[in-house]
Ligand binder design. Structure first.
Ligand SMILES: [Zn+2]
Length: 176
């Protein structure tokens, strides 16, 4: 599974960016503490088309022994482009994107399909936090209200869903 974290980036001598988070995490499955296991490489394509290589941490759960990947919050699980690039296309905010048109179209189509799933997960989190059922009469979309709050909404949503264990890699929940 994946954990999303705030990060520091350190450019090391082999021109790879080591992602170092000061945060501690608990397992999204069993809530036991996670500790460092190893690192692996992950590419991130930037808005200018350049590609950076990041070394990101994998963490092992002391309870269930599962391995979780600690993803910095500018990357989206299973996507090569950084979150900022994808978000600006979903918002129609930029005509200048390094991704080809078919990739952009795939993001837009996928997001249309999974927006309903995401809304369901956000309502689930809302109910846990408020200890009550989400009002059936409410036509407010939690996803849309997070989007209206401005930049980095994709990161915010991914972090909420991923770190609470609702993101199942098989359903490819939030990643357009
Ligand atoms: Zn665990």
């Amino acid at each position: 599974m994946v954990i999303v974290a705030r990060y520091n980036i350190i450019l090391n001598e082999i021109r790879k960016f080591l992602i170092e988070s000061k945060e501690t995490h608990n397992c999204p499955v069993c809530d036991e503490p996670l500790s460092g296991y190893d690192t692996r490489q992950r590419h991130g394509k930037e808005s200018d088309g350049s590609k950076k290589i990041y070394l990101i941490r994998r963490l092992r759960c002391s309870g269930c022994n599962r391995i979780h990947t600690e993803l910095p919050d500018f990357l989206v699980p299973r996507k090569h482009y950084v979150a900022e690039v994808i978000e600006s296309q979903l918002d129609g905010a930029s005509d200048d994107c390094p991704a080809d048109n078919s990739t952009i179209q795939r993001w837009l189509n996928r997001f249309k399909v999974i927006a309903i799933q995401i809304e369901g997960m956000l309502r689930q989190l809302w109910m846990v936090e408020h200890k009550m059922l989400y009002p059936l009469s409410s036509s407010n979309s939690l996803l849309e209200s997070i989007r209206r709050n401005g930049a980095n909404w994709l990161t915010t949503v991914a972090q909420m869903i991923v770190n609470t264990g609702l993101w199942q890699p098989t359903q490819f929940a939030c990643s357009p």
